[in-house]
Write a protein that binds this ligand. Structure first.
Ligand SMILES: NC(=O)c1ccc[n+]([C@@H]2O[C@H](COP(=O)([O-])OP(=O)(O)OC[C@H]3O[C@@H](n4cnc5c(N)ncnc54)[C@H](OP(=O)(O)O)[C@@H]3O)[C@@H](O)[C@H]2O)c1
Length: 307
């Protein structure tokens, strides 16, 4: 089968297309024909073997992912596709089902024609794709949106409160703005000027351009600051918080849960959330897609289409 693989850490050019053996599903797994995957922040970090902010994290990443070369050759942490075979212990899915989810912790990612996914496992999630969703949308939804759900729920954001989303333009940030608005909060988005119209479309009532507006000028006493891209510290924004206000950040460890996907499906059905897709590239253009995402300027999500 076709796959985009990498045999060494490095820039987008380390990604190469190769033929690799088809995976065979074990009893507790199903074989999914992948329709779409994404280029998210996690894939960039694992491909480069570099954490953008920390040499220590870069060292830890390579300890976990393989030293001096990556152990798992196929990236792609989000996927959508169709079940084409099931193991004997699969009970909730059948051949022909359209599904979406993550490959977190699995032996192979979704930059390949087929991937084996268990019905249930500790680190990742899989669910039935609602018929109204495109495969591109389903692939773009899981990681950014589940991260936003996790952090907002932990922070206890509620109706009538105010939240400042710092770094509102990316995958997590675009979800945090929409989910904050859906929770009944007043959302202020911090991102570049180019994305002002987008963040307002997603539900922000105010916008600040971090390139031209200082923290002091962002005014307001927020109930919650949501750091969506890890470019700020709690200390640097403390003056913007209410005395008992909270700070939450994507630097925290989050988890993927089936209940988060259920909640997101309801919000999509209610018209209160939709993962924003910036660009869609064919699988063959994975190098270009990674180079674009690596500019750090993408709006929402970048999708790789396989089928
Ligand atoms: N904790 C977890 O489990 C978890 C899960 C997912 C992601 N993450 C982490 O969360 C971070 C964001 O992930 P993501 O997928 O949302 O990233 P992303 O989509 O790649 O973020 C790109 C966005 O960052 C914005 N940006 C870049 N520099 C900025 C700055 N100095 N200030 C404000 N905004 C800036 C850009 O918008 P502008 O045009 O406005 O600059 C762009 O829209 C990554 O570090 C990722 O590793 C953590």
């Amino acid at each position: 089968m076709r796959a985009i693989v990498y045999h060494q850490y490095g820039g987008p050019e380390v990604l190469v297309q190769e033929e690799i053996p088809m995976p065979t599903p074990k009893a507790h797994e199903m074989l999914v024909r992948v329709h779409a995957s994404t280029v998210n922040a996690g894939t960039l970090v694992m491909r480069s073997g570099q954490h953008p902010d920390s040499k220590l994290f870069s060292f830890i990443i390579k300890l976990i992912a393989g030293w001096p070369k990556p152990r798992k050759k196929v990236l792609g942490y989000e996927f959508s596709g169709e079940v084409v075979a099931i193991g004997t212990k699969i009970s909730k899915f059948k051949v022909g089902d359209a599904v979406y989810g993550t490959t977190t912790g699995l032996r192979q990612g979704a930059y390949a024609d087929f991937v084996c996914v268990p019905e249930r496992w500790k680190l990742g999630v899989v669910a039935h794709k609602p018929a109204a969703w495109s495969f591109e949308m389903a692939a773009a939804l899981p990681v950014g949106a589940m991260t936003a759900v996790h952090l907002l729920e932990k922070a206890g954001l509620s109706a009538g409160q105010s939240v400042l989303v710092y770094g509102a333009g990316g995958s997590v940030g675009s979800a945090a703005v929409q989910l904050g608005k859906a929770a009944g909060a007043q959302v202020t988005a911090v991102c570049s000027l180019e994305k002002e119209a987008l963040v307002k479309e997603w539900g922000a009532s105010a916008h600040f351009d971090y390139k031209t507006v200082s923290v002091a000028e962002m005014g307001g006493q927020y109930d919650l600051i949501f750091d969506a891209v890890g470019k700020v510290s709690a200390k640097s924004l403390k003056s913007l918080l209410q005395p008992n206000g909270k700070f939450t950040s994507i630097r925290q460890i989050t988890s993927e849960k089936a209940e988060y996907l259920q909640k997101l499906q309801l919000l999509v059905a209610a018209g209160q959330f939709e993962p924003h897709i910036d660009r869609v590239y064919p699988l063959e253009e994975a190098v270009t897609a990674h180079a674009y995402a690596e500019t750090g300027r993408k709006a929402g999500n970048v999708v790789l289409k396989l089928f």
